[in-house]
Each structure stands twice: as structure tokens, then as C-alpha cells.
Design a protein around this ligand. Sequence first.
Ligand code: C2E
Ligand code: CA
Ligand code: CA
Ligand code: CA
Length: 278
Amino acid sequence: VKESGRAGFRFDVPRRDVDLLSRMRLDHAMRQALEFGQFRLSFQPQVEVGSRRVIGAEALLRWRDPVRGEIAPADFIPLAEQSGFIVPLGDWVLREAVMQAAEWLRQGLRMPIAVNVSALQFQQPQFIEGVAAALRMAGLPPGLLELELTESVLVGDADECLRRMRALASLGVALSIDDFGTGYSSLAYLKRFPIQRLKIDRSFVQGLPGDASDAGIVNAIVQVGRALNLQVIAEGVEREAQRDFLARAGCHEFQGYLYAPPLTAAEFEERVRPRRAV
Ligand code: C2E
Ligand code: CA
Ligand code: CA
Ligand code: CA
């Protein structure tokens, strides 16, 4: 705070402390938001390139603060990860997503749902039991849940990580590596992981088809997927030229504004209702 206030005195707080203060305020606001039910999930369709069939939904967190308005995940999830609040928040997301998928199933809509999982959340001793409990409580077949793990989950104790992934896989839950290629990745570990899917990060899709490095990276990821017998899905697909490049590269699933942005549950249902032209 550099400007003098109405009282006319200078208030020289070191920048670090100002940041700390605003971080603490935001953290407090997040905790209240969870308590007051201000978080929502949105659902982004995952689409098969050829048929344009919706084959899944990614659950994405939305926070609307009555004063601040809509707050983007990029503006609060890193803080929630630092403060540890991502653990209860992530649990809420998991339960909510699983309940939505179970509700859809009751309505006759069999839709796999993908949930983002933070490293800290994944490392909690109770995480696996929490996943099992959420599925049990909602009555959702485990095969309809996919957990998206970023490469940050994989740093640290590799054996422990592998043990956890195997425990989740034996529940019947599907696992994918999110933002693949943006973080620490070891192909040696990758081949041992019980995963089903790689997600190509939007940053590699953006420059398609013209950018030679993006094109090369995308081709390489598809090849890795093929070698390891994994499905590959691209995110952030906005233009037909990007989708066409991906299809030619052998990537048969995509997510992005080209098909649909993240939607409310009602909008999602409307979008996937059969016999509706798209
Ligand atoms: P992400 O997992 O890589 O999710 C994809 C992001 O790209 C989402 O942003 C989505 O809205 C956005 N997106 C989808 N299609 C397009 C497109 O065609 N063009 C562009 N420009 N963007 C597109 P969002 O919802 O703002 O989420 C940002 C990040 O926040 C996510 O990246 C994820 O890392 C994190 N996040 C969101 N929800 C959760 C959650 O429930 N738990 C955790 N741990 N992280 C979450
Ligand atoms: Ca994701
Ligand atoms: Ca992603
Ligand atoms: Ca991403």
C-alpha cells in the first residue's frame, strides 16, 4: 500500500505480506464458499472424432462468489493446493461428480465422468478409501469414474505412487495422465502405470496444424500412446483444422470449444440427448 490513506499516514507493508494477506483472505473465502454451497461443477463433453459421439464428461470446478463474481480455477486451485484446502475441496468434487454420473445412469444416460485429482489429494492416506466410499454411496459402477492425474502426482515416492494407482485400478476406476508432456514424465514409469489414457495438453494443441514443434510433439504423444496401448485424448480443440490434424495423427478423442465448452448438467443432458442433430 503506497498511497496515503484518508488519515494521511503512510502504510508501508512489504509486498510479501500484502500477498500473504490477500492469499489468506482468498483461502478464507474458499472455505466459506464450500460451507455455503457456492461451488458448482461444470461438465465438458469428450467427443469421438469420427462419430462425434459424446463418450465422456470432464467435471470442472466453478466458483461464483457473490461479491467477486466468477473466479477461475487457475486463480484459486494453486492456492488451495498450497494451503491444503484442495483436500476437502477435491473430496467434494469427487462426491459431487460421482453423484451426478449416478443420477445420469438412473435417467438412462450411461456417461463416464472424469475428475481432476491434485497431487496432495492423491497422497492422502484416506484417498483410496474415499473414492471407494463415494462410489458405494452413489451406487456408481467404478468403471464409469476416471481420475485425471497430472505428472506432479508421479513425482516423489514412485513405488508408493504405483501402489496407490494399482489399488485404484483394482477398484475398477480408470486412470489417465492429464496435461501429458508438460511436467515431469518418465516413459519408464509410464509403462508400469495401470492407466488407460493420456491427455494432450491444450498448450500443444494451440499451434496446430501450422506450428512444427506442436505438430511433432502431438505426433510423438500419439505414438507413445499407441506403443503403450493407451487411448489419447486432446484438450482445448477450438478449430476444425486442429481436429483434422489430430484425427490424421491418430488421436481419436477430443475435448474443446469446437464441440462444446464446459456446460451445466442440464445443458450437458440437452447436448447428448439422442436423436438431436449436432
Ligand atoms: P485442465 O484439467 O487441463 O482442464 C482443461 C481446461 O481447459 C479447463 O479450464 C477448460 O474449461 C478449458 N478448456 C476446455 N476446452 C477449451 C478450449 O477449447 N479452449 C480453451 N482456451 N480452453 C478450454 P478450467 O475449467 O478453467 O480449469 C483450469 C484448470 O483448473 C484445469 O485444467 C485443472 O487443472 C484445474 N481444475 C479444474 N477443476 C478442478 C478440480 O475439480 N480439481 C482440481 N484438482 N483441479 C481442477
Ligand atoms: Ca483435466
Ligand atoms: Ca488436462
Ligand atoms: Ca491442460
